[in-house]
Design a protein around this ligand. Structure first.
Ligand SMILES: *Cc1c(COP(=O)(O)O)cnc(C)c1O
Length: 392
């Protein structure tokens, strides 16, 4: 009996929320590693591998990774506590719920935050960003949610970074990529990004609990030239930078205990993403194929996507309005009956009007699992059954 069988009775089962996602057996088994000291000679190189392979996933040579126990949210705290000083300006490009949260986090640390808010279903227009950057106000950072998981809207991180670099070269470009690393294209160096922050439990296919962030040399210089000390104790890069450097160089160091088992699990997942049979490029293509399949099936059923433009729709998830006359209570239980677990709405203004399907990681990439076909079939049956029930 495998671990998976013990926990799930009835295949086919597809756990398809946009994070946490399905985790491969080898990752589950790695997570079940016996307890280890975080300074043991066996563990140190595992942590080092994770730091190096994180660079490879983001296509960066010189970015500085930080792997810290915590969820994706801790990435916001790291940015707010280490890069922005009290009273400095931050600009949040808001394409949904997670933009609101990032803003709140930045304000908690004393940043002066302005927002450009896109209409629901859209990304912030580049022309609006350009106008704001040319307004004369100096921004320390611009943040963008690469995929806002509340709407499934994909922002053009590449174009945003290039515009910021052109108009306001010193402003740091911060990408909340919690729901896009390993499911959407990200070229940290080529796009000249300053921060990419993510978490273990979405495209990276590892259980939740690890905050993963990469900082550019430019960002590290801004950090080193701060006038005030970092405004957090736990999230301080003053504390963490020596730890990351030590582990990467092959020796242990201690500030706060790393999530040892999760690091084993994360390495197992990175091994398949970075060193596996499928290249990263091919994996991203397969996310595109899976996404197309789900979105086409939904369209055929008459379900409308939240993202209004095809080019702004994420590849790792699909956000769909309930069909005319049907609600969550008509659709979600019918999907659950077919062993499909999806997520409800999250965007506060339209929470009850839509639902979200995640298709990241092995669900998209490992075609033998048949997850995508299972999801599509269940969606078709659920919608047809719900319509039939209404019409009688
Ligand atoms: C999930 C998510 C977060 C928050 O991550 P947690 O691990 O839940 O703290 C932040 N931003 C985006 C875009 C997300 O999808």
């Amino acid at each position: 009996m495998t671990t998976r069988d013990e926990f799930k009775q009835a295949p086919p089962f597809a756990f398809s929320v946009p994070g946490p996602i399905e985790v491969a057996d080898e990752v589950l088994f790695a997570n079940a590693h016996p307890s280890m000291s975080h300074v043991s000679p066996d563990f140190v190189p595992v942590f080092g591998d994770c730091i190096r392979m994180t660079r490879e996933v983001l296509l960066t040579k010189s970015g500085q990774p930080f792997l810290i126990s915590g969820s994706g949210t801790l990435g916001w705290d790291q940015v707010a506590a280490n890069l922005v000083e009290s009273g400095e300006n931050a600009l949040v490009l808001n394409s949904g719920y997670f933009g609101d949260s990032f803003k709140e986090c930045l304000e908690t640390y004393g940043a002066n935050v302005a927002q450009l808010k896109a209409p629901i279903g859209r990304a912030v227009a580049l022309s609006d960003l350009e106008k704001e950057l040319r307004s004369g106000k100096k921004y320390k950072i611009v943040t963008v949610t690469h995929v806002d998981t509340s709407t499934g809207v994909l922002s053009n991180a590449k174009e945003i970074a290039s515009l910021v670099r052109k108009v306001s070269p010193e402003t740091l470009v911060v990408v909340d990529a919690v729901c896009s690393v390993a499911s959407e294209e990200i070229h940290f160096d080529n796009w000249d990004l300053d921060i990419v922050l993510t978490a273990s439990q979405k495209g990276l296919g590892t259980p939740p609990g690890l905050s993963i962030l990469v900082a550019s040399e430019r960002a590290m210089n801004v950090f080193k030239n701060r006038k005030s000390p970092p405004s957090s104790y736990y999230a301080s890069w003053k504390k963490w930078l020596p730890i990351m450097k030590a582990y990467e160089a092959g020796s242990p160091a201690y500030f706060a205990t790393p999530p040892v088992n999760l690091i084993y699990a994360y390495r197992a997942s990175l091994n398949s993403i970075v060193l596996g049979d499928l290249s990263l490029e091919k994996r991203l293509k397969l996310h595109g194929v899976a996404s197309r399949r789900v979105k086409d099936a939904a369209k055929k059923l008459g379900l409308r996507q939240l993202p209004e433009s095809e080019g702004e729709a994420a590849n790792g998830m699909t956000a769909l309005y309930y069909p005319e006359g049907l609600a969550a209570s008509d659709i979600l239980p019918r999907l659950a009956k077919r062993n499909i677990v999806v997520a409800g709405g999250l965007h506060t203004e339209i929470k009850d009007k839509y639902f979200r399907i995640g298709h990241m990681g092995i669900t998209a990439v490992n075609e033998e699992r048949g997850d995508i076909e299972t999801i599509v079939r269940a969606l078709e049956e659920a919608v047809k059954e719900a319509r039939a029930a209404k019409s009688t």
